[in-house]
Design a protein around this ligand. Structure first.
Ligand code: SF4
Ligand code: FES
Length: 252
């Protein structure tokens, strides 16, 4: 069993000052998940008549992207390739002290404790994350030949769960990895071609408008991404942005 000291960011609402509060937790099973450990802490707080720690969660299996938080300064905790909900408590030793914070980025205001407003990511998708062609039914889709490598690269981008860890990890709070993933999974496929260049212009413009920073190729986003989305999707986005600027479609 694991005993821990937690320093958790508590903030009652967006316009309130926040601070770290310290909690001692005892007897956590190594098989519990990180969110289950927070559930146990919250059960104790409720029993003592105190406000439970607010944190977001839904699927608890790495799909929905809602559970992001900084654990000792690292988005989603110490392991790569998993979301906070998939983080097992056996990753920590008894006696460890952990600092648990919300995402820190101007475009992600803290709503309460560990919960931030990630609506800015939704608005980037609204700006261009759609196609206008009639895709027909499933058999129609199966009749459209697409090279296997292209499909797989598009799927590598499409696994983005919109968690925002890339933004939280980036020293510029840039949303380039997220935006590149959302641009690329459509721009790679034939169905995404009609809006290909307008899509990249509109989504990047919205990203800037939302207050995210610029990408300066630190690579911290790639290391933080629970879906291991590669930074080369940013290069792909930049190529399409350049082609859009010179008004020419991809000659290849
Ligand atoms: S690119 Fe990765 S880190 Fe960024 S929002 Fe998508 S899944 Fe999360
Ligand atoms: S709760 Fe859905 S990804 Fe963690």
């Amino acid at each position: 069993m694991i005993d821990l000291t937690l320093h958790v960011w508590r903030q009652a609402r967006q316009d309130a000052a926040g601070s770290f509060r310290t909690y001692r937790v005892q007897g956590i099973s190594p098989d519990a998940s990180f969110l289950e450990m927070l559930d146990i802490v919250n059960q104790g707080l409720v029993e003592r008549g105190e406000e439970p720690i607010a944190f977001e969660h839904d699927c608890r299996e790495g799909i929905c992207g809602s559970c992001g938080m900084m654990i000792d300064g690292v988005p989603h905790g110490p392991h790569g390739g998993i979301a906070t909900c998939q983080l097992p408590m056996r990753s920590f030793a008894s006696g460890d002290e952990l600092w648990i914070e919300p995402w820190r980025a101007r475009a992600f205001p803290v709503l309460r404790d560990l919960v931030v407003d990630r609506g800015a990511l939704d608005r980037i998708i609204q700006a261009g994350g759609f196609i206008s062609v009639n895709t027909g039914s499933a058999p129609d889709a199966n009749a459209l030949p697409i090279a296997k490598d292209t499909c797989e690269t598009a799927m590598d981008a499409a696994v983005c769960i919109g968690c925002g860890a890339c933004v939280a990890a980036c020293p510029n709070a840039s949303a380039m990895l997220f935006t590149a993933a959302k641009v690329s999974h459509l721009n790679l496929l034939p169905q995404g071609q009609p809006e290909r260049y307008q899509r990249v212009v509109d989504m990047v413009a919205r990203m800037d408008q939302e207050g995210f920073g610029s990408c300066t190729n630190h690579g911290a986003c790639e290391r933080a991404c629970p879906k291991e989305i590669r930074i080369d999707f940013i290069a792909r986005l930049n190529r399409d942005l350049l082609r859009a600027a010179i008004g020419g479609p991809d000659p290849r």
